[in-house]
Design a protein around this ligand. Structure first.
Ligand code: SF4
Length: 669
């Protein structure tokens, strides 16, 4: 007997936001497949989500509130009623506020669910409480800042326009792992004869689809873009008409910066040969409609914002923006599609509050004063695994005087350090609205199954906490569905012209883009701003990455079978990854006397992490690659890759520098 088919969305932090068809029988999801009617993802899912029902109905799901009984990190808990759990949290917070003030409480969340209501449910609550604010910058704010420095608020191109390009550059994006549906249009372009290049720091699985892979030294992407611009200018491969009418500051760039970025120098900075740099520039300059799909990884360096900014200048030099299939894409900004302020309610803030950068949680927990952090509330995030400088984070979480509450679906590394654990719904068990950041689709979905066990959504838990803390506003007493209805009742110019009937029934619909948007530049000057006087560096220029003193650059790469630390509860997916490998070039392994498959320790000043060595020519000399974020229980040692990543921030956007670390490697004794 077949079940009922219901629509939903993949809730994870991925640019695609796939549409899902969920088969439901007797209140259970029995099968999850891709929705063929989704305009961008077109019916396929990545390996992680093909059996999402195994995550939703996993025997490891947390189904009741818990109270810690053993030492922090031990995972020893006893059952608790919801009533008791909420009362304990509220009582402890009232006590902390009385003794230290509300800024002693720190929320910690990121993008465990991308649904706009559930993801942001904590904002109004913590604003009202007066808690410390979290600067949510772990992913790629430098990417956004680099784009904005040149493009302002200009709309990003429709990503499937790439199908009309004759030269596609996948720059720093392992699309096979992180943006698989962009490959639909890459394949279409290829079929029509386009050349596809991959520019990355090692041969990722995405090199399988590329005609040419150009391996650049970590942090050298901005230098490469400037080197290409040098050759474009030197060889008159410029669209002078476009530059004079639509671009601000090219002459300044040509006179002040580009003379210093000659191919020999760029070769030394990037590791690419002079011939490769000149070949790239000539091919790019002669292409009819070159398109660059820029990834996030190259923004996670000390020079990450400048890397992106320099790359985003390239289409301006050749006038690619006015050609169908030409341009650059770093992500869509669809914030204007919904009235976000009705969800986040910044107006609940009584005054200025301290801001804590989420990448520096280790510092905050161990060193912040006046007041110290006395309580941490974590929801849809796993900072013990995903936050840089894991040793400092765990040291902070071990503090006996820190009251930690974790709202989660599984007993993650972070949940093990909680005083109170609250069971969370999965995305199939609550309603929400979604907007993608890798395409222009939006979708609204309802819960398709009842909550598993006693689990509750973020919205419900914050409503309970608001009541227990005595917040009088009716806002906190409405349901998530009430709030969704309210948000959708507010018109937005971006949603004008969508297929309302389809949207109302839960189908993904695309936000329409205005005619000629690719040449309507929403910058202060109305032009593309190669020269941006508001920036610390008014012109794009070469900035070095942070680097370090150890001999190997550490790449913290995405896994095909996990998304950051999500999906690690699934043994079937962990088995696909086989083991926590450190990939190393054969020459480097030989020099060190290492053998493939043996246990090694990568180390730097922050800590040491055990890996299984995988020797492969896909990784260049001087680079080592660690794919995926593993839970501590699954690590060969008791630390995962973030014990090697630092709390330093990017040049723009205060982002993480997860790719900008060095290590040495030794045999494990
Ligand atoms: S993780 Fe990304 S590719 Fe995979 S199903 Fe979700 S949105 Fe689609």
């Amino acid at each position: 007997m077949a079940g009922e088919i219901m629509r939903s969305v993949c809730p994870y932090d991925c640019p695609d936001s796939c549409g899902l068809l969920v088969e439901v029988m007797n209140g259970k999801a029995v099968k999850v497949s891709g929705d063929p009617d989704h305009p961008f993802t077109r019916g396929s899912l990545c390996p992680k989500m093909n059996h999402y029902e195994r995550t939703v109905h996993s025997s490891l799901r947390l189904t009741t509130p818990l109270r810690r009984t053993g030492p922090k990190g031990s995972g020893e808990f006893q059952l608790l009623s919801w009533e008791d759990a909420i009362r304990r949290v509220a009582d402890r917070w009232k006590d902390i506020i009385g003794n230290f003030g509300p800024e002693a409480i720190l929320p910690y969340s990121y993008a465990g669910t991308m649904g706009l209501v559930q993801r942001n449910s904590g904002h109004p609550f913590f604003y009202h409480l007066g808690a410390s604010r979290l600067d949510r910058t772990i992913c790629a704010p430098a990417k956004e800042a680099g784009w904005k420095a040149v493009m302002g608020n200009t709309l990003a191109p429709q990503p499937d326009e790439l199908a009309f390009s004759d030269l596609v550059i996948l720059w720093g994006i392992n699309a096979v792992a992180t943006n698989i549906h962009q490959l639909h249009s890459v394949r279409e372009a290829k079929k029509k004869g386009a050349q596809v290049w991959l520019v990355d720091t090692y041969e990722t699985p995405t090199s399988g689809i590329a005609d040419r892979t150009l391996v650049v030294r970590p942090g050298g992407d901005g230098a490469l873009a400037l080197g290409i611009m040098h050759v474009l200018a030197r060889e008159n491969l410029l669209d002078l008409d476009f530059l004079s009418t639509s671009v601000q500051g090219f002459d300044d760039l040509r006179n002040q910066i580009l003379p210093e970025m000659y191919p020999e120098k760029v070769s030394a900075l990037t590791g690419l040969s002079v011939a490769s740099i000149e070949f790239m520039a000539r091919s790019y300059g002669r292409a009819k409609a070159p398109f660059i799909r820029v990834g996030a990884g190259l923004s996670r360096y000390g020079n990450g914002g400048m890397n992106i900014r320099s790359i985003v200048c390239l289409p301006a030099l050749v006038g690619a923006w006015r050609k169908k299939g030409g341009g650059a894409f770093v992500g869509t900004s669809t914030a204007g599609a919904f009235a976000m302020n009705e969800i986040t309610r910044e107006d609940f803030m009584a005054g200025e509050r301290r801001i804590v950068n989420m990448n520096q949680l280790g510092h905050a927990l161990n060193h912040l004063k006046n007041p110290p952090i006395m309580s941490l509330y974590v929801y849809h995030s796993n900072p013990a695994s995903i936050t840089p400088d894991q040793n400092q984070v765990l040291k902070g979480m071990e503090r006996e005087d820190l009251f930690t509450v974790v709202h989660e679906r599984f007993m993650t590394d972070t949940a093990k350090y909680a005083d109170i654990v609250l069971p969370s719904t999965s995305s199939l068990e609550h309603s929400d609205i979604y907007r993608a950041y890798g395409n222009y689709c939006i979708q609204q979905v309802k819960a398709v199954i009842p909550p598993v066990g006693q689990s509750r959504s973020n919205w419900e838990v914050f409503s309970l906490l608001a009541r227990a803390m005595g917040f009088p506003e009716p806002f906190f007493r409405q349901s998530a569905e009430d709030l969704i209805r309210h948000v959708l009742s507010i018109p937005s110019p971006m949603r004008k012209g969508i297929d309302e009937a389809a949207f109302t029934t839960g189908k993904a619909v695309e936000l329409p883009l205005p005619n000629g948007y690719k040449t309507q530049y929403k910058t202060p000057s109305g032009k593309l701003e190669i020269l941006n006087p508001k920036e610390a560096h008014p012109l794009p220029c070469y900035l070095p990455p942070h680097g370090g003193k150890e001999p190997y650059r550490l790449m913290t790469a995405p896994s095909l079978y996990a998304l950051n630390s999500s999906f690690r509860e699934r043994e079937d997916l962990r088995q696909q990854d086989k083991a926590m490998f450190l990939q190393m070039n054969p020459g480097d392994a030989r020099q060190k006397g290492f053998k493939d498959g043996e246990r090694v320790v990568a180390f730097n000043d922050l800590g040491g992490v055990s890996f299984i060595l995988q020797v492969t020519p896909k990784v260049p000399a001087g680079v080592v690659v660690a794919a995926g974020v593993w839970w501590l229980d699954h690590c060969p040692g008791r630390r995962s890759v973030n014990a090697l990543t630092s709390q330093r921030l990017t040049d723009m956007g205060r982002g993480s520098t997860l790719y900008d670390n060095t290590v040495d490697v030794r045999k494990e004794l």
